[in-house]
Design a binder for this molecule. Structure first.
Ligand code: NAD
Length: 298
């Protein structure tokens, strides 16, 4: 069984089950979240609470961060009372948040300047993947740091791929989020059309899922749309954040993302309707509203 001290910062929908899997694998955890109540559950399971990210880094030579966006990662790692205030030379920071690649590169440079190693290691697989420890992990950073921490990442993921240098994990995650957003939107359009044509969306789902249009997205999100259950999961506001980061990155690179931009606008509309905390399968609501039907049974 592996052992060692790990610090974990950010105990939300994803961080909590990931931290629990690390403890189950045999690691000792010191944890911190800006919202004190977010720590209660995992501290109840045996993790040590800290009063700042700096204190976490003082207690543990490897610190994992799992916070919402670029500004949060920068605050948790570079900010006052952040990880770098407590980290010793030779420590390792693994930021598993989905953030802008340029922000990962900024954090990596600050870590290097202090003799601290860094990996950006965002994940895909959602809350179910976090709970079962089967996340897909996309990593950016140095090969030797990746190799040295592969075993640790295996406690939370089942597919772990080094994609390139600093920021490459998050560039890969943006590619992932573009495909997921467009796929959810297409599933929403398809099932809305079927419903308005008088078909049973569940029959259409079963007929389609074994063919070329079948996908993990269809299997995960189709049943949610059919049930009218939009409990998160992955919140609309977080997918909006990812598409914004994709569009900003594409602008820097001179790449056009027409479909991504369209779905990003749908997410703005859903957020303004008060659906920011719904699961991203609620992208279907935008299409349902235009058609005047719901995919779910009335
Ligand atoms: P969440 O909002 O549920 O949790 C984030 C946690 O970070 C919160 O508890 C918050 O209080 C804490 N936090 C924010 N700033 C902090 C700081 N400076 N210091 C300490 N704690 C801080 O979000 P989540 O769903 O767990 O997502 C976390 C990351 O994982 C995001 O980047 C998200 O895009 C990504 N992600 C989420 C999913 C999913 O299905 N939820 C799937 C894949 C990737």
């Amino acid at each position: 069984m592996p052992s060692g001290d790990i610090g974990f910062v950010g105990l939300g929908i994803m961080g909590r089950p990931m931290a629990r899997n690390l403890m189950t694998a045999g690691y000792s955890l010191t944890v911190y979240d800006v919202v004190g109540s977010a720590m209660e559950e995992i501290v109840g399971d045996g993790a040590k609470p800290a009063s700042s990210a700096a204190e976490v880094a003082t207690a543990a030579p490897i610190v994992i961060t799992m916070v919402p966006d670029s500004a949060d990662s920068e605050a948790a790692i570079l900010g006052p009372n952040g990880v770098l205030e407590g980290a010793k030379e030779g420590s390792v920071v693994i930021d598993m948040s989905s953030i802008a690649p340029a922000s990962s590169q900024k954090i990596a440079a600050a870590c290097e300047a202090q003799g601290v190693e860094f990996l950006d290691a965002p994940v895909s697989g959602g809350e179910p993947g976090a709970v079962s420890g089967t996340l897909a992990i996309m990593v950016g950073g140095k090969r030797e740091v990746f190799d040295a921490h592969f075993g640790l990442l295996e406690a939370v993921g089942s597919s772990i791929v080094l994609c390139g240098g600093y920021g490459a994990g998050n560039t890969t995650k943006l590619a992932n989020q573009i495909m997921v957003a467009a796929n959810i939107e297409a599933v929403g359009e398809a099932l809305t059309l079927a419903k308005k044509a008088g078909l049973d969306p569940n029959t259409v789902f079963e007929a389609i899922r074994g063919g070329l249009a079948g996908s993990n997205v269809l299997d995960a999100k189709g049943p949610m749309m059919i049930a009218g259950n939009f409990d998160p999961g992955f919140r609309i506001v977080l997918h909006h954040k990812d598409l914004n980061n994709a569009i900003l990155t594409a602008r820097e690179l001179g790449v056009g993302l027409p479909v991504t931009s369209l779905v990003q606008q749908m997410l703005v509309s859903l957020i303004n309707e008060g659906k920011g905390n719904s699961d991203h399968s609620a992208i279907a609501n935008f299409i349902e509203d235009m058609a005047g039907v719901t995919i779910a049974a009335d």
